[in-house]
Design a protein around this ligand. Sequence first.
Ligand code: MEV
Length: 439
Amino acid sequence: MKQPVEGFSKLSKSQKIDWLAKTYFADPEKAITIFKKYWNDDTKLQKLHDEFIENTISNYYLPLGIAPNFLINNKLYTLPMAIEESSVVAAAGKAAKFWSRRGGFRAEVIATEKIGQVHFTYKGDPEKLRTYFKHIKPTLLSDIAAISANMEKRGGGVTGIELRDRTDALKDYYQLHCTFETLDAMGANFINSCLEQFARTFKKGAQEYSGFSEDEKQVQIVMSILSNYVPDCRVRAEVSCKVDELNEDHMPPREFAEKFVRAVEIARIDPHRAVTHNKGVMNGIDAVILATGNDFRAVEAGIHAYAARDGKYTSLTRASVEGDTFRFEIEVPLALGTVGGLTSLHPLVKLSLEMLGNPSAPELMQITAVAGLAQNFAAIRSLVTTGIQKGHMKMHLLNILNQLQATEEEKEYFVRYFKDKTATHQSVTEAFYKLREKA
Ligand code: MEV
């Protein structure tokens, strides 16, 4: 049985790799060579990556692709997308081109409110707690003056603190529910620093508050943390056109429009379909989030909670045909940053943001929502016409050929060969070995 390793964090990077290779790999030398192959020759750049996390042993590459021709609020963008899935970038580019010829995407930020909570236990008279909250609120705000000075100078800061009684759901449980405006920062550090100070002030104030009994003074702070559920940090994007303009799919435009709307309605009422439908949306959103150095786990968690806000998981997008107008829209919560964190550290993130014209956080919210809408449009368009596999496998073809260790010549041959045929893993493998037999 393997034994726990002692003092691991004190080992050098090479020592960590040696330990790992010897402990887990049949061919340690080969494993070490592969880990090291992904190191960057530029030692300064490598050190930057090493220091993003603990115990870095190598770099894990994702392709960074671009999708041009995104016309958003009459401005043309090229979207950076970091993603491994073969067909996503191609689909985004296709949807962007399609809508750029039909007026483009329109997007607006609805609100930019971030949320944080101090969760605490109080075993006393709720009325006294409410009175105490009124008494301590000005001190809560004044005690974070040093933390919030810079944010306030730029026009942001704390926008509200409420006492919430949650004892209906959990015995003796209350919250300070706090709202923030964090401008171009995602704001996690700012929010958490404010919350931890609120918690200290709140606890100390309770111990000194003469309106409480000795027992009531013992407020227990359970935790202080931002919430990744930000339904009021929300953005909306849409496209619309005359039904007749939906004329690129070898299908009568009205039939296409109605089938498309039907597909979205199915995702609105059926959670199994809704999850896959929204996964397609997230293909676009996550790719932009990753490329711009934002936190895709936070965004994913918040968006899926939003999709289930009415107690049932549903589609993030809506589609309609009214008269002769087709409309397709999305509304999603997105807490993003374009300053701070990785945005000022990771060289590719900096280039991604520059490619987008160094947007403000609200502008990045609009771009990201559009990426989700475009991706969803492309997926449904394929699903209700040719089926998804045609485009998907065309892109996946190169992955299969790489697995088969095809030469560049063979790859070129098969890309031509499968242009008018359906590529499946089996059909590509068979055709590949047939060609090799002949050679
Ligand atoms: C695949 O990554 C995404 C799709 O499954 C989305 C959808 O079904 O709408 C194609």
